[in-house]
Design a protein around this ligand. Sequence first.
Ligand code: ATP
Length: 305
Amino acid sequence: MSALAIVQTQNLSKTYGANNSVNKVDLRVQEGEIYGFLGPNGAGKTTTLKMLLGLVKPTEGTIHIFGENLSKHRPSILQRTGSLIESPSYYGHLTGLENMKVMQRLRNVPDKNVHEALRIVRLENQKNKKTEQYSLGMKQRLGIAMALLAFPKLLILDEPTNGLDPAGIGEIRELIKSLPERYGITVLLSSHLLSEIEQIATSVGIITQGNLLYQGSMASLRQKNRNAIFMKTGDNAKAEQLLLTQGYSPAQSGSRLELGTLQDTEVAEMNRLLVEHRIEVTRIEEQKTSLEDIFLELTGKGRSL
Ligand code: ATP
């Protein structure tokens, strides 16, 4: 049985002038997931997330959150959703705690939420400092604390680790990872960094130029992480014919034959066959396709991560 879809979009599109910033995207975020929305700069991540929050009006398509249509039930959906899109908004002349209290009044939640959210993001000791004196990491944590304030069922974070140092990134990552289990929060976050998504997400959606190219569990993306065997022989054409008759699937690849993923015993058997047929085997190599290669294959080479 499939888990409940917390976010489900159909044909979701946004056009600015002649440009399709988001093109017929069917997003599906399931309950309890950390869904990583991955794509290079300008891919359409922020535009999509803004549409989910009703901040940008879709040109086409539908959005269901918690199974309800966003265009019909926006206030009740947003009450159960926390978000941090682009930079956090706060009053610099107020302290972290005072900023939280401003948000508390808007959200109408009890005091204990304020303290719990500050505790989770580890800002308790800095809560009486003016936020204009906060470091970038502290500001980002305050933004997350504000998004957490009502302990939403869904948390949407746009590039939450942007601009942070490695220690700060690690801290935010651990914090986000703990949310589904400890607080029953489903997280949808975006990033342009594959390494980041790889370390944090349980599911991934890959978007480029407005098109969702892949969506699925991180585990199935990793399964694409294949290791292929390549062989170089004295006569690749003859070797290819021979291996084909033996049920293998060789393919010419430059000066080598690509043989796909094979067991050790199959490699040994192939080698024996070729030698028996007086075809010299000059090289047997294993080539690993990393997640980064898969990402580049999907998004088109030359695009930055
Ligand atoms: P980044 O990681 O750089 O923030 P992104 O994946 O979030 O990128 P978006 O900000 O969603 O990408 O932008 C997608 C495309 O839509 C870009 O080509 C951008 O220029 C365009 N775009 C976004 N907002 C607007 C707007 N208000 N008016 C016109 N074009 C826009």
